[in-house]
Design a protein around this ligand. Structure first.
Ligand code: SF4
Ligand code: SF4
Length: 163
């Protein structure tokens, strides 16, 4: 499958802290404290994946670093890459739009064989149901992004090839 390369714009990590970020840093700050800006490279990196030790290898694999961009839709940051770590570093009470117990459930679900069609149809239906609630579009997009990311991080390797 053709993928769009990650250019380090930081959009995905600023919008939603991934489960690794929540587990590792456990802070109510946005963006994730793992996100760092590198002037020399002119892009962001996740500090969990930097280095040659076992932990860095683990996180590079776990977070699919180098596998392409996970958030291309409606993302104009890709063409306006600049340091996003300071401008939005205000403390916030929300680090993930999904409650921790549901994150664990999603993690377990993502390990099962769920076809792209089922996932797609579920998200379409979910969006339709959400549009009938008070939850705004921006919040919905954050939830959808986190669901996709959870599936991406937890599905089995044979399923990644299938996807
Ligand atoms: S990938 Fe790294 S920087 Fe991005 S949200 Fe996860 S832990 Fe934070
Ligand atoms: S939104 Fe895409 S290009 Fe930007 S940091 Fe995330 S994966 Fe990389």
């Amino acid at each position: 499958m053709k993928t769009t390369p990650c250019v380090g714009c930081g959009y995905c990590c600023v919008k939603v802290t991934c489960t690794a970020g929540i587990e590792k840093f456990g802070v109510n700050k946005k963006p994730c404290q793992g996100l760092i800006w590198n002037d020399k490279d002119g892009r962001h990196w996740c500090k969990l994946g930097i280095g040659n030790d076992q932990a860095a290898h683990f996180y590079r694999n776990y977070l699919h670093m180098g596998a392409g961009c996970s958030s291309t839709l409606f993302n104009d940051w890709r063409t306006n890459i600049r340091d996003r770590t300071k401008s939005v570093s205000q403390p916030t009470s929300v680090i993930s739009p999904i409650p921790p117990i549901m994150q664990v459930f999603l993690k377990c679900l993502a390990k099962q064989f769920v076809s792209p069609d089922v996932l797609y149809n579920t998200l379409v239906d979910f969006k339709r149901e959400m549009s009938r609630t008070e939850i705004g579009e921006e919040k919905y997009e954050q939830i959808e992004l986190e669901i996709k990311r959870c599936f991406d991080q937890n599905r089995q390797s044979f399923m990644k090839e299938f996807f």
